[in-house]
Design a protein around this ligand. Structure first.
Ligand SMILES: [Zn+2]
Length: 559
């Protein structure tokens, strides 16, 4: 449970329908979403405190009865301790208004929440003009809109193999009989015991275009990652049995790398709607195919415990090992001799000629040796530190320029506000208009001061390299000690992922020694903590073993 301090506090939900982005169902969708969020935060929602403004824009605070009269009135009577909105711009898009609200919430001891968490009053004054924030909020709205479409039994999101879009009717689909026949064929062959590789070979032989339009069917496209939850493969798409499912998995962007990961969504978020008109596979065939799939899993893993299957267990080098010929991922292709890996494109797609297989154990120990040799070499570290210090100095110069610009703007506002106050006391202009102007300028000044605070004082970068180098060297020693003790330690995997961008495996003749090159993450050397606290609540279901804190494209997976 997040925000346990606020656990069990009473919450008011506020939704606003605005004509710019939503359809009419939007208020209900907003409340449905807010209810789930409240539950996630442990807040107690009460239907008496659902407030909404229908059909009014966020630009003016004072002709919105739901917000100003009802909600603020109840807030003054202390009928709840928290308010939850989908985004702060639901309250107002105007910075001065948000500031006005923040002051009142503060006065009534009310904490404002959005799905991202508690909103500080400073942040509230800021939200009015944060572009990045706007994009994030837009994404939430798109998702919420999609959820609404799903509840109506329509299909949200992109095109799905087996169906055609209906022109002029967003969300509606009709079955594409040509593609449906291919899907039925795949299910039938799978259910009769054909291996995915055989199915793929036959599809290619018959020249049947794959869902991407090219004639390269691949095995993963059919079976997916075999984690039914993510439903990536054709075999797992429940729409083929006439069920529209949304939010089974969610896609998150790793803030450090910008790469996307698929994770299991909150079970409360999953929406299933019957859509019999979209059924392609009858229930009997669906069940037969999935019985075969389950049986195969049991054969691969008789104990029924998920872990023991080789490669299901996250490997130290998960997601790091790449083929030097095609830059594709290396995959565990056989469990012989403790696991053998090979280029996945060469193995399953025939688009790469690097067909040699490598012992995973040998690769792992060679990588550990290389880390030991290269990253503890003082000359190498010194050179890296120097480069890093130069980068930081450059960033510092850029921040310095912004700091000066902010200060100049604050000085200007000080003068303008003082002048307006003078005019106010002389009484030449109408008072409400002047007060409005002063309020807006004050809000702007508060936002700028907050920006100034965030920029902080100038950092002193001198003396950086030697101190950091010692720290980094210690981290590397820790890593090597851990690796030698137990390479499967999850902390090792985490640190390796933070440290190493990829390990390239160069093709070598049969029986020749392996030829590897190691690529470090540039930012790792200098100021990155290789062992940050692991966030245990992150459930990773993407490709097996993708590290929560970094996402490199191709995982080392078993098949
Ligand atoms: Zn390759």
């Amino acid at each position: 449970m997040l925000h346990s301090v606020h656990h069990n506090k009473r919450v008011a939900l506020y939704a606003r329908f605005s004509s710019d982005l939503q359809k009419d169902r939007s208020i209900e969708d907003q409340f449905a979403e807010l209810e789930r969020t409240a539950k996630r935060f442990g807040l107690q929602a009460d239907r008496r405190h659902y407030y909404a403004d229908r059909g009014v824009s966020a630009s003016s605070l004072f002709d919105r009865p739901g917000l100003t009269r009802e909600l603020m009135g109840a807030a003054a009577r202390r009928e709840f301790e928290t308010i939850l909105v989908e985004a702060t711009d639901r309250l107002s898009r105007d910075r001065a208004d948000l500031f006005w609200l923040a002051k009142r919430f503060n006065f009534h001891n009310i904490i404002l929440f959005t799905p991202a968490g508690e909103v500080s009053d400073m942040q509230l004054t800021f939200d009015g003009h944060s572009n990045e924030d706007f994009i994030r909020k837009l994404a939430v709205r798109v998702k919420r809109g999609h959820d609404g479409i799903t509840r109506e039994g329509k299909v949200a999101g992109s095109h799905c193999y087996g169906y055609d879009l209906v022109p002029g009717k967003p969300g509606e689909r009709t079955i594409n009989e040509t593609e449906a026949a291919v899907i039925r064929r795949i299910f039938a062959e799978y259910a009769s015991g054909a291996s995915p590789r055989k199915i793929v070979a036959a599809l290619r032989r018959d020249g049947i275009p794959s869902p991407s339009g090219k004639a390269v069917w691949n095995y993963q496209g059919i079976l997916g990652s075999d984690k039914a939850a993510t439903g990536a493969g054709l075999l797992h798409r429940e729409i083929y049995r006439g069920k529209v499912v949304r939010n089974r998995a969610k896609s998150l962007k790793n803030p450090d790398t910008g790469k996307r990961l698929r994770r299991l969504a909150d079970p409360d978020d999953v929406i299933v709607v019957e859509a019999p008109h979209l059924r392609i596979i009858d229930e009997g065939l669906w069940n037969a195919a999935h019985a075969v799939r389950r049986q195969r899993r049991v054969q691969m893993n008789p104990s029924g415990v998920v872990k023991p299957v080789l490669g299901r267990k996250p490997q130290l080098l998960s997601g790091i090992v790449k083929c030097a010929t095609c830059s594709g991922g290396m995959t565990i292709v056989s469990s012989a001799r403790g696991g053998q890996i090979g280029c996945s494109n060469a193995r399953y797609r025939g688009t790469c000629d690097h067909t040699k297989l490598y012992d995973l154990g040998t690769i792992t120990s060679e990588v550990i040796d290389k880390v030991d040799q290269e990253l503890t070499n003082p000359e190498f570290l010194k050179a890296r530190m120097k480069a890093r210090a130069l980068e930081l100095a450059k960033a510092e110069r850029e921040e310095g320029a912004e700091r000066q610009a902010v200060q100049r703007q604050i000085d200007r506002l000080n003068v303008q506000i003082a002048r307006l106050v003078d005019v106010l006391t002389e009484g030449d202009l109408p008072v409400p208009e002047l007060k409005e102007k002063i309020k807006a300028k004050e809000a702007e000044r508060v936002a700028l001061k907050e920006r100034q605070r965030l920029l902080g004082d100038a950092n002193n970068v001198t003396g950086f390299p030697s101190a950091c180098m010692a720290e980094f060297g210690k981290s590397i020693e820790t890593l090597i000690a851990l690796l030698k003790r137990n390479p499967d330690d999850p902390h090792c995997r985490l640190a390796m992922g933070n440290l190493i961008d990829c390990v390239l495996v160069h093709p070598t003749p049969k029986k020749a020694p392996y030829d590897l090159s190691l690529y470090c993450r540039v930012s790792a050397i200098g100021n990155l903590n290789l062992f940050p606290a692991q966030r245990s609540h992150d459930k990773i279901v993407a490709e097996e073993g993708v590290n929560p804190l970094f996402g490199t494209g191709h995982a080392v997976t078993s098949d």
